[in-house]
Design a protein around this ligand. Sequence first.
Ligand SMILES: [Zn+2]
Length: 412
Amino acid sequence: MNSTVLTGCTVVDARVLDGVAPLRDAAVWVRGDRIAAVGPARDVLAEAGRDHRRVDLAGAFLTPGLANMHTHLSLSLPGQGGDTVKGLSPHDLAFYMADGARRTLLCGVTTVRCVAEKDHADFALRRAIASGRTTGPRVFTAGRALVSTGGHGHEGTDTLECDGADGFRQGVRSQVKAGADLIKVMISGGIAGEHEDIDTRQLFTDELTAVIETAHAWGRKVTAHAGPAPVIAEAVGLGLDCVEHGYQLTAEVVAAMAARGTALVPTLLVTRCKAFFDELGVPEWMQRRSLGAGPRHLESYALALEAGVEVLLGSDMPPFWDFEGTNATVRELEHMADAGLGPARALYAGTLGPIRWLGAEADLGTVEPGKYADLIAMDADPLESASAFRGVRWVMSGGRVVRDDRNGRAAL
Ligand SMILES: [Zn+2]
């Protein structure tokens, strides 16, 4: 069995918010795919015995891997870049997504929550990763997102059109049948729809109720693509578990979210990524709508923070995408930190917070014995700045080193 002791590191995780101080001159013993011990180097080395491999992290900060809660590995926005993805055959699409998954893991993103993927290829990808046939992050996925006929994102095979309460019940059940870990529903318009506005309401109350009740009956949480406050307020009252984007939040709706424990994945990048849109050839009308929503979007985020809403990291852009000198996941975390969250809470929003939402905290989210060894190392202190994650240079997933820049193994 793999037995590795990581030395020369400072262990930091989001328990710092509960007063658990970073552990300097630490060592972590990894046995098999899990963490066996964490503590002062001398103690851990004694416990690990003689028969182990030693990895000296040369003074790095060691944290849990990042979790990106708004991922599309088969994203196709309007424009020629998206058209290329849309035109892929099922076989090509599977390889395309596997490549994205591998790149994502190499960025230090060890868990993703997919919230609309094409053709159920996400379930095949999840199986392939779990069985070791391909390399990628742990995948939690919604399958296809539920949408009303003609609603947000209806153009792609990553959504499923449903109408009426019965239709939405069947929609939820069909995704659960395929293996969905959660349900994603589009309850308002968005940036990428030509025939809608961001504040277009798209589901009637009976449809929304049907989605949430059916999903909860099967033990699945529901997250909703949503912009406008009245639509979100209704969904929160009905038991919605998470809001994506939240472009137009108000003080009233964030108070309700905080009281009910509804999380927010703000995806701040979506309204501030002109270079990404240009790269994909996204049309002018969509760019205008997106970038125009930026200031209000940031205001919404500030209101949510003020109200104490739980905010979670999610990029919407492919998590690994090269963007403004880093990858989309880290750039989003920087935006979240800079716009009022600060580095310590950003660490929570990018690790333990998402893992708790996913109900996986027994296995993931902190550097503690018994959890999977999904760990990343960087030279700068993530409690000083979220930009520390720009320097991720070593990644371990389930006890296996998948990236080690100093050893020249930057890519798998
Ligand atoms: Zn999205």
